[in-house]
Design a binder for this molecule. Structure first.
Ligand code: F6P
Length: 329
């Protein structure tokens, strides 16, 4: 697209919210204004696109939001957007009716699937910004929200360690991640967890329990097993219930950290990342780029086609797993 043709850009947040989404919205809005582009906020993700829930934004619309968790534009999950062409047609009609020339989608790979179809079916320019606590999007080293989420989980697990130690308890702590073990692996290293169960590495309850028996023999006064959501062994509650039969010597407790990992004020790292990616997303649209996610590779801004970003998950670095294991002995 000719640079001068971009006069109005829509921005939406979609999927699970993540700390730093507001910082990304702020960056997109202010970068648009800097480039004489009118920014339009679209509420509730793709639902707002279909229902035409739009609002023109000013610089002050995004004042004092950089430090806030959640998303001022609200979010929603609409998987049908990627399967129902009629919904996408309604969205495109709404965008065109409002003379919006391009779109920035802040979200995860589920959101990028719908975005990719808008580009392919209607030739509508869309750029994505990777934002999910799961850090599982292929093609970027980091997603917005991950850093805050692992710090939240780490602080919670540090507290659990205090009580576990006082009572010689074994805790199974479930962290989020859907089907990716990034949050689990990072928090396991950061909290010195005794064991980690993630979807990427097959294990068995027997394995984990026999490992915890050897830990007990070392006179450790507490145990923490981090269980990633999506593990093939089940939830932390299910794993703990089966483990309690194999580990009668332990008093076992379970904590599911859940949605507290999605909330809270974003870390410095997430605010800076969101500010950078938001600005480069607008620049990318001005340069005529489309159908891509703006990410970070080796510390540098990179552009990854939606199709590639959605093709698989980032792999877990085996070195991190090795280190987690060595340091827990
Ligand atoms: O993708 C972010 C995430 O928090 C996952 O870690 C989790 O599996 C999922 O969203 C939970 O989604 P919901 O809040 O819709 O249940």
């Amino acid at each position: 697209m000719d640079n001068n043709k971009i006069k109005k850009v829509g921005v939406l947040t979609s999927g699970g919210d993540a700390p730093g989404m507001n910082a990304a919205i702020r960056s997109v809005v202010r970068s648009c204004i800097y480039n004489n582009i009118i920014p339009v906020g679209i509420y509730r993700g793709y639902k707002g696109l279909v229902r035409k829930n739009f609002e023109t934004m000013e610089s002050h619309s995004v004042s004092k939001i950089i430090q806030l968790g959640g998303t001022i534009l609200k979010s929603s999950r609409l998987p049908e957007f990627a399967t129902d062409k009629l919904l996408r047609k309604m969205a495109i009609d709404n965008l065109r009716e409002d003379m919006i020339d391009a779109l920035v989608v802040i979200g995860g790979d589920g959101s990028f699937r719908g975005a990719d179809l808008l580009v392919k079916e209607f030739g509508f320019p869309v750029v994505g910004i990777p934002c999910t606590i799961d850090n599982d999007i292929y093609g970027t080293d980091l997603t917005i929200g991950f850093d805050t989420a692992i710090n939240t989980a780490m602080e919670a697990i540090d507290k659990i360690r205090d009580t576990a130690d006082s009572h010689n308890h074994l805790f199974f702590v479930e962290v989020m991640g859907r089907d990716a073990g990034f949050i689990a692996t990072h928090t396991a290293i950061a909290t010195g967890a005794e064991a980690t169960i993630i979807p990427e590495v097959p294990t068995s309850i027997e394995n984990i329990c026999s490992y915890m028996k050897t830990e007990r023999r070392k006179n450790k006064t507490s145990g923490i097993v981090i269980v990633s959501e999506g593990s093939e062994l089940g939830s932390a509650v299910e794993i703990a219930s089966r483990a309690s039969q194999l580990l009668p010597e332990y008093k076992i407790r379970v904590v599911t950290l859940g949605h507290i990992q999605r909330g809270g004020s974003p870390s410095t790292r997430d605010r800076v990342l969101a500010s950078m990616l938001g600005n480069h997303a607008v620049d990318a649209l001005i340069e005529g780029k489309s159908g891509i996610m703006v990410g970070l590779k080796g510390g540098q801004i990179s552009y990854i086609p939606f199709k590639e970003a959605c093709s698989r998950h980032n792999p877990i670095d085996p070195d991190m797993l090795r280190i987690a294991k060595i340091l827990s002995i």
